[in-house]
Ligand binder design. Structure first.
Ligand SMILES: Cc1cc2nc3c(=O)[nH]c(=O)nc-3n(C[C@H](O)[C@H](O)[C@H](O)COP(=O)(O)OP(=O)(O)OC[C@H]3O[C@@H](n4cnc5c(N)ncnc54)[C@H](O)[C@@H]3O)c2cc1C
Length: 382
């Protein structure tokens, strides 16, 4: 089926949903509260499952052009000694499907696929029904389908799941690539982690994660370079090089990391996509990728059914177990990554070093393969 759709929220998940619905014949309105489609200025990993979906939307060329292709994501200790890295050719092949990209470039690519959508900016949704949304300014918009893509604090989802603090907080920046890094890595300290992700044009995206009480740094742009350097003084190796090379005037974004306490793929006849459904910690770099999968899976289910409700039943059946598994694994990965006790960290680092490469490759394969399947099913609709 197709018809008219309103997508509430113009983030990565909402725009992918809009693009996928447009390609299957829907007329789409995107309602976004912000005055522009300007994401927080930092990088993001587009992993192979997301890339497969973007490829089916004819967008992978733009991602490849604007992003930096990786071939590994190493994990190292705070001194930079490698704990794990892709150990075989299959793992390298899977990692080569990952592109590190500035978020603005990803959003631009998605917007290019939404050119014929009705994009309503500065429009905040106050409430929704399955066939209509009410904006805060009193306007009412009607459609055959309403999709909730309004992020972790979703108005559409309401109390069906609650957002909670993950227990650790994060700073992000895009700065000059002072180490000349060409591969991504994550460095584990005690209760702290640092991520280094090279971008194009001599830039590097970094994330700095620390155990801290919720609300530690209330101003999202208030952290200075000196404060960040002092907080992460314990790192040597690549993280130390990056820390010491941060420009004094670096634009550092801070946010407490949050997740939903459960995964909810629908509210009755209203499907949810992205963080609205499964807001997860960023430890696997999969939050947006899952939202990208959602958008295409939803459009496919709708195209395969004659009515909205059976399509949403199918969507929930296809997405619930998948997103729940990624959400749970991301949480577990973060908990272990944030361990602080020296003995626990020593055991963690040792076990990571001992994990066979074949196990890591199998896990990565399982994580990425569903994106390929979603893209194939979407292509088969033609
Ligand atoms: C530090 C960090 C690193 C990450 N790294 C990665 C990574 O490498 N790879 C990856 O795949 N994911 C990553 N993620 C996760 C990813 O950023 C999110 O999962 C993704 O951006 C969520 O997209 P979304 O569209 O679902 O939600 P959002 O980006 O939150 O978009 C929701 C949109 O809805 C709008 N909205 C909200 N309420 C209303 C309303 N009432 N009316 C109208 N509009 C509304 C908002 O303004 C917003 O534009 C990371 C997250 C963090 C915090």
């Amino acid at each position: 089926m197709n018809g008219t759709a309103i997508v509430v929220g113009g983030g990565i998940a909402g725009l992918t949903t809009a693009a996928s619905l447009l390609q299957t014949g829907w007329r789409v309105t995107v309602v976004e509260q912000a005055p522009t489609f300007a994401p927080v200025g930092a990088g993001i990993l587009v992993q192979g499952n997301a890339l497969a979906v973007l490829d089916a939307l004819d967008l992978s060329g733009r991602i490849r052009a604007a992003g930096l292709q990786l071939s590994s994501m190493a994990v190292a200790d705070a001194r930079g000694r490698t704990l794990s890295s892709p150990g075989d050719e299959r793992a390298a092949e899977l990692w080569r499907q990952t592109f590190a990209i500035h978020r603005a470039d990803l959003v631009d690519a998605l917007l290019s696929a939404c050119a014929v959508a009705d994009l309503q900016l500065g429009a905040r949704v106050a409430s929704v029904d399955p066939d209509r949304v009410t904006l805060q300014d009193g306007r009412i918009l009607q459609a055959d389908l309403v999709v909730g893509a309004d992020g972790i604090g979703s108005v559409v989802r309401g109390d069906a799941a609650r957002s909670r603090y993950a227990g650790y907080t994060c700073w992000r920046a895009v700065t000059p690539n002072v180490g000349g890094w060409t591969e991504a890595m994550e460095l584990w300290g005690r209760g702290q982690r640092v991520g280094i992700v090279p971008l194009t044009e001599g830039r590097v995206y970094s994330f700095w994660v620390d155990d801290a009480p919720e609300g530690t740094d209330a101003d999202p742009l208030g952290t200075t370079t000196a404060e960040l350097q002092a907080r992460f003084a314990g790192f040597d190796g690549p993280a130390g090089v990056l820390r010491d090379g941060l420009p004094a005037d670096a634009r550092i974004h801070h946010a407490d990391l949050r997740e939903l306490d459960r995964v909810v793929m629908r509210i009755g006849a209203i499907p949810l996509v992205g963080d609205a459904a499964h807001g997860m910690t960023p430890n696997l770099g999969q939050g947006a990728a899952q939202g990208i999968e959602d958008g295409m899976a939803l459009a496919t289910c709708l195209a395969e059914h004659d009515a909205v409700l059976p399509a949403i039943d199918a969507y929930e059946a296809r997405r619930l177990a998948r997103t729940r598994a990624v959400w749970a694994r991301s949480r577990m990965f973060g908990r272990v990554g944030q361990w602080r006790h020296p003995l626990a960290c020593w055991i963690r680092d040792g076990l990571t070093r001992l994990t066979p490469a074949s196990t890591m490759t199998r896990q990565l394969d399982a994580l990425l393969a569903p994106g390929q399947q979603i893209a194939e099913r979407f292509r088969a609709l033609d």
